[in-house]
Design a protein around this ligand. Structure first.
Ligand SMILES: Cc1cc2nc3c(=O)[nH]c(=O)nc-3n(C[C@H](O)[C@H](O)[C@H](O)COP(=O)(O)OP(=O)(O)OC[C@H]3O[C@@H](n4cnc5c(N)ncnc54)[C@H](O)[C@@H]3O)c2cc1C
Length: 463
């Protein structure tokens, strides 16, 4: 793939009239937004992709768990909303997967793949989409964005280490913040006791890998809520709808979920199908909750909800529970107050406690870093508004930023940045749908502006 050089050269008059779009963050969300724009946004445009992280690898999801399994099945990882089988078809261009698909036991749709495989797929689809668009100029910029403000001539000023550049539209796709490279995937020599902080799927992954590779003889897994991820079923299930009416309060919703799941378990069909259905309705439920109910959700229900939606592949779940039963992994519930060279300070129901360790690995997912210089500038400029739970910023379903009471045209916050407004927007299928909705919303808003200004109704900005 050929990408334009990292600097804007002096634009010709025609290049100066292109719609100028910036995407801040080149993780999965940023790349997915770029793909959706390349495929669905008509008319020439100029696209700058900012991220100081040197690789294009699908972000934290692929980078952290490059050689370990993602926790979604192949069937749920297509990045083409019109072709659910797209990822499987891509996999089957490889001999190993084609042979597996042809074998009696090999349902590729139900398989789990390593992060690096998914990353290669996303990158290839990005390259193909780019090749198709000879009218789009793309620049990969290796710098971080430190501030965004309104530009006096309209649009936005994007400030990076390289200076200030004007854009008509900006997509924020900064996910879990700047990547530091020292993530929980790095390896060292062998130790006795290791602490792994985090109760999510990649903390479990990391703990199992430490043991499997002989890098630690014992692992203590520290989960703040005490919950660990639940398993997927061995064969994929779809969304199973209960015959009871769906309630509209937090308490009612979780009673409904518990009863439906118990019934499904008694019938032998498992709770996963019920949960899949519940997740599809979660967004409507969330919109109807009061601020107090949302706060209660964050405090009391979110850890349980997360442990049932982010599931472990069945084999991994079994390995985890074998390791716990055999004493190789111990699970501790508590909040890590400090991380030191020789262990951590843990706050538990019984009080503060020091857990000594030869090695500590922090696998907690950071939420959107609203205290970073970029978000401080956006909030100070009244360009974005934090949601009431501090999970992210207010957005609509297309990722358009909402500064109450209205949508802020031209500024989008994609993927996990919108978690306070849109449940599950940190997952691949939801990010895919949002990216295309954003491309459509942008086209509609530019068309509206052109019509109002009497200009041509395509994606071109004559101004
Ligand atoms: C380990 C892991 C496994 C997962 N597995 C699955 C799965 O199996 N199925 C599923 O559906 N979902 C999964 N997810 C969730 C989903 O894939 C993530 O929510 C998604 O990857 C989020 O990507 P992102 O691009 O928004 O964020 P990130 O991956 O955090 O990427 C953000 C990028 O923005 C850059 N950045 C940040 N600040 C700036 C700045 N100021 N200027 C420039 N660049 C900046 C960072 O360097 C980074 O590269 C997983 C997530 C993780 C972490």
């Amino acid at each position: 793939m050929t990408l334009a050089p990292a600097q804007f050269s002096s634009p010709s008059p025609q290049a100066g009239s292109l719609v100028r779009i910036a995407i801040v963050g080149r993780g999965f969300t940023g790349l997915m937004t770029a793909i959706a724009l390349l495929k669905a946004f008509q008319g020439p445009f100029h696209l700058a992709l900012y991220d100081p992280y040197p690789k294009i690898d699908g972000g934290e999801a692929a980078g952290r768990s490059a050689s370990t399994l993602l926790n979604s099945r192949v069937r749920d990882l297509s990045i083409d909303p019109a072709a659910r089988e797209d990822f499987r078809r891509w996999l089957e261009t490889d001999d190993v997967w084609r042979e597996r698909a042809a074998s009696p036991a090999g349902n590729v749709d139900h398989a789990f793949v390593p992060g690096e495989v998914f990353s290669a797929y996303v990158y290839q689809r990005f390259s193909e989409a780019l090749r198709e668009r000879t009218d789009v100029m793309v620049q990969v910029r290796a710098d971080s964005v430190t501030a965004i403000g309104r530009h006096p001539g309209g649009g936005f000023s994007v400030l990076s280490s390289d200076g200030q550049t004007r854009f008509d539209t900006v997509f924020l796709a900064t996910g879990y913040g700047l990547r530091d490279g020292a993530d929980c995937a790095s390896t060292q020599g062998s130790v006795g006791e290791a602490l792994v902080i985090g109760g999510g799927v990649h903390a479990v992954n990391r703990a199992l890998r430490l043991l499997a590779a002989g890098e630690a003889s014992h692992v203590t897994l520290i989960s703040a809520s005490g919950f660990l991820p639940q398993p997927h079923t061995s064969s994929a299930v779809g969304a199973v709808t209960s015959d009871r009416p769906f309630p509209h309060t937090l308490r009612g919703a979780f009673r409904y979920l518990r009863e439906a799941a118990n019934r499904a378990a008694a019938e032998g069909s498992g709770w996963q199908g019920i949960m899949n259905d519940f997740r599809q309705r979660a967004r409507a439920l969330w919109q109807g909750l009061t601020p107090d109910e949302r706060r209660r959700f964050k405090r009391h229900v979110k850890p349980i909800y997360d442990s049932h939606r982010n599931r472990l592949p069945p084999g991994q779940y079994e390995r985890l529970h074998r390791a716990i039963a055999g004493g190789a992994i111990m699970v501790r519930k508590g909040k890590v107050e400090r991380i030191a060279t020789n262990g951590v300070l843990l706050s538990t129901a019984a009080g503060l406690q020091v857990l000594p360790a030869d090695r500590t690995i922090d696998c907690r997912i950071r939420l959107t870093d609203l205290d970073s210089p970029l978000f401080r500038a956006l909030i100070a400029g009244n360009l974005v508004q934090r949601d009431e739970l501090d999970l992210g910023i207010f957005v609509d379903r297309a990722g358009r930023v909402i500064v109450e009471p209205e949508i802020f045209e031209g500024l989008f916050a994609m993927g996990p940045l919108g978690l306070g407004s849109l449940p599950d927007i940190d997952l691949v299928p939801e990010i895919v749908v949002q990216a295309y909705a954003a491309a459509e919303a942008l086209a509609a808003s530019l068309q509206g502006a052109q019509t109002r200004n009497g200009g041509p109704p395509d994606g071109r900005n004559e101004g």
